[in-house]
Design a protein around this ligand. Structure first.
Ligand SMILES: N[C@@H](CCC(=O)N[C@@H](CS)C(=O)NCC(=O)O)C(=O)O
Length: 194
């Protein structure tokens, strides 16, 4: 299968999940400024939405959206589903929250035209990260052990820390723990970020 990714972008969550699941994946780097693949192809021809991640299975089946890709990966590797009642649903609930309510305001904070709008997006991200921290019962995003929800949370916390957002020390510790996982180290290396 092939994952279209951009180093350090949200596609990293799908990338880490695939490695964590032990699924064999080839990667194709995408230049999001030009919307071209590393081979020079028009990325809009691969994904008319124009964004990463895109996962193409060996039979040609294509998936977009981190939430869908991560949920699919967790179906292949049940240890990535949280160990709670309704585990699969809780996973989708949490990564859906991070995708729509955290990832988007984060990008807004970077690209909003006014300082006021940037500050509002930043405050929204800080509030939502605080919500996740308050919901954590132990060391993990959902339940009592590692799941795919931790991967997305790792990425969101990494972005927040890099942007010097005010976040709960619990999330900083979580981010550092997840960063040490071999899957994360391997994904960053493969993306040229190690
Ligand atoms: N809803 C999509 C959003 C993906 C997304 O925003 N990707 C960004 C990188 S983090 C991107 O490729 N942006 C380029 C563009 O929109 O042209 C998802 O969650 O997978």
């Amino acid at each position: 299968m092939i994952l279209y990714f951009t180093p350090g972008a949200c596609s990293q969550a799908s990338h880490i999940a695939l490695i964590e699941a032990g699924l064999p994946v080839e990667t194709v780097k995408v230049d999001l400024r030009q919307h071209r693949t590393e081979g020079g192809d028009d990325f809009y021809a691969v994904n008319p939405k124009g964004y990463v991640p895109v996962l193409v299975l060996d039979d040609g089946t294509q998936m977009t959206e981190n939430v869908a890709i991560i949920a699919w990966v967790a179906e292949q590797a049940p240890h990535l589903v949280p160990d709670v009642p309704l585990g699969r649903i809780r996973l989708i609930e949490q990564i859906g929250f991070m995708s729509s309510e955290l990832h988007k305001p984060f990008l807004g904070h970077l690209f909003m035209p006014t300082d006021e709008a940037k500050a509002a997006s930043r405050a929204a991200c800080e509030r939502r990260l605080a919500t996740i921290a308050a919901q954590m019962e132990g060391d993990y995003a959902v339940g009592s052990r590692f799941s795919a929800a931790d991967i997305y949370l790792y990425l969101m916390s990494s972005w927040a820390i890099a942007s010097r957002f005010a976040i709960d020390p619990k999330l900083v510790a979580h981010r550092d723990r997840i960063a040490a996982r071999p899957s994360v180290v391997a994904a960053l290396k493969a993306e040229g970020l190690a």
